[in-house]
Write a protein that binds this ligand. Structure first.
Ligand code: ZN
Ligand code: ZN
Length: 549
């Protein structure tokens, strides 16, 4: 009996993870994170609850489809439950390696694979198939099991003009369809979009216009994993005689990895360090920056409030947000744009020019995948419930004339999907949920706290309440700290000191920080967390509340 359990990514966007078990052997596909709203909760990242894996005994392998955070961001947390290699393409593994290092995890066997290769893990034989997406080196999986072949698309679109010449492997999907596929697990992200998504190259036109008309500095914010976008911008910068600087930790790290692996090519002498930007005339510089989601601690947020060490923005400068706003982040992004606009910058985003193209296939691409693979069972994944159910509806249309049509299983996280002689069905529920992760931003290695419910129960909740005058940014009244489940001797004195600290933090913040909820919350959260750790040795959840008066 084959047992497949989605541990994350169904009914939500992010933290994709799937476990497959045959007999004693369990393998895991992807280990992703989900990011909370930037200013919400005292939480940095969210990963799936791994209790199910703990019950299964250690997994025999972790198989990765590609290097996006919603697929690899939780690898360091999953690896302790894996007693075997981590398989992925070279770029995916290169992006994983620093995460393991940060967590002090050694001895994990990272095994690079290439499309059309197969690896055997117990009763499973896992085949890798090239797909196109918004970053290089992505694969889908055909997992050959004793019950039949399971095709897992990973994230994909069908980019007919891939920048690196690596085409979507239509042939292999078609061949698998001919050979017979038991079940297809397919990306549902963009099922709501008509037609085809379009090539990564589509943004070139808009950027050509921007490069042509930009008079000052050009700052482009994108996801650090947008390596194709990086290449497009490098090529344009070369054409328009601009130096390129990567700004923000993620951008620097990923551009280095991409350069090393040959996924990014920069002409000699063109790249400068962020510290050198000041030495060049504004019109000669292109900055590629992190912060496209308005994250308060990111480079773009710092630049926007004139708090970045090397990058200044002003009149004549152009800022491009070259990414989709992840739902929930619109407000934070809006605030960053306000700050930039106040400094006189021209801010261009997806709503103004075609500066972003999605990496996920639209309806027609998803239909093509269904008709190529022709599975006996179809399970939509990677989406909220409405995307999954819409994907099911589309699949019914695709196979309207088929006899018999594929059976559709609309599964949610934790549903135990079994395949045996009697067919396939959802049978029972595995433990699932979310683990909230609270990375310390002080940089010390391994100093990280798992904020699951037990921790919350042990260390409690701390809610600093601060009233700030919306116009002047001045503190109104005395800050207050409300606690739940946080009991200590002397806690009165401790809380009084904490409240005093809040006042100091607000007083020392710049006016822009004080009048920006996202920024001031982040600042208060970091300072108060440090305060409690030092003074009490405890790590309560810190959830700042700002009242604007
Ligand atoms: Zn992806
Ligand atoms: Zn994804």
């Amino acid at each position: 009996m084959l047992e497949i359990v989605p541990l994350g990514g169904l009914g939500e966007f992010g933290m994709n993870m799937l476990a497959l078990t045959w007999g004693e052997t369990t393998i895991v596909v992807d280990a992703g994170v989900m990011f909370p709203d930037p200013e919400l909760l005292g939480v940095d990242r969210i990963i799936p609850d791994l209790t199910y894996l703990q019950h299964k005994g250690r997994a025999a392998a972790l198989v990765l489809t590609h290097g996006h955070e919603d697929h690899i961001g939780g690898v360091a947390h999953a690896v302790p439950l894996v007693d075997g290699p981590v398989y992925g393409t070279p770029l995916t593994l290169a992006l994983v390696a620093p995460k393991l290092e940060e967590h002090g995890i050694e001895h994990t066997q990272l095994v690079p694979v290439r499309p059309r290769e197969r690896v055997a893990v117990g009763p499973f034989s896992i085949e890798f198939i090239r797909v196109t997406h918004s970053m290089p080196d992505c694969v889908a999986l055909a997992i050959h099991t004793p019950a039949g072949v399971i095709v897992h698309t990973g994230d994909f679109k069908i980019d007919q003009t891939p920048i690196d010449g690596e085409h979507f492997d239509v042939h292999r999907f078609a061949a698998l369809g001919t050979e017979g596929v038991l079940a297809l697990f397919a990306d549902s992200t963009n099922i709501d979009r008509r037609g085809f998504t379009g090539s990564e190259l589509e943004v070139v036109e808009a950027f050509e216009e921007i490069f042509t008309s930009a008079r000052g500095k050009l700052i482009v914010a994108a996801f650090a994993s947008s390596i194709y976008r990086m290449q497009i911008l490098v090529d344009l910068a070369a054409q328009f005689d601009r130096k390129i600087a990567f700004v923000g930790r993620g951008m620097m790290q990923n551009s280095e990895i991409a350069l090393r692996l040959g996924h990014l090519r920069i002409p000699a002498g063109m790249q400068i360090r962020d510290s050198e930007i000041g030495g060049y005339p504004a019109q000669d510089v292109l900055c590629l920056s992190t912060g496209s989601q308005g994250e308060p601690a990111s480079a773009l947020s710092r630049i926007a409030i004139d708090d970045h060490r090397h990058v200044k923005v002003g009149e004549d400068d152009t800022v491009v947000i070259s990414a989709r706003a992840i739902p929930g982040n619109e407000k934070a992004i809006g605030r960053v744009i306000n700050h930039l606009a106040r400094r006189g910058a021209d801010v261009i985003h997806e709503g103004i020019k075609h500066v972003h193209v999605s990496g996920h296939g639209s309806e027609e691409e998803l239909k093509l995948m269904l008709s190529l693979v022709k599975p006996r069972f179809f399970i939509p994944v990677h989406g909220e419930y409405r995307q999954l159910s819409q994907h099911a509806r589309v699949a019914r249309r695709v196979f309207a004339g088929a006899n018999p049509p594929p059976e559709i299983l609309l599964a949610e996280n934790g549903d135990v999907i079994v395949f045996d002689e009697a067919g396939g069905r959802i049978s029972g529920k595995a433990p699932v949920g979310r683990i909230l992760i609270d990375d310390t931003r002080t940089g010390e290695v391994g100093d990280e706290v798992l904020r699951d419910r037990r921790h919350l129960a042990e260390d409690g909740l701390v809610v600093p309440v601060v009233a700030i005058n919306k116009q002047t940014g001045a503190l109104e009244g005395v800050p207050d700290i409300i606690t739940r489940g946080f009991v200590m001797e002397d806690s009165q004195a401790l809380l009084a000191d904490g409240a005093r600290l809040l006042g100091e933090v607000v007083a020392q913040a710049s006016l822009e920080e004080r009048t920006d909820q996202g920024l001031i919350k982040e600042k208060l959260r970091i300072e108060l967390r440090r305060f409690f750790r030092k003074r009490s040795g405890r790590r309560p959840f810190v959830l700042p509340v700002i009242m604007e008066i």
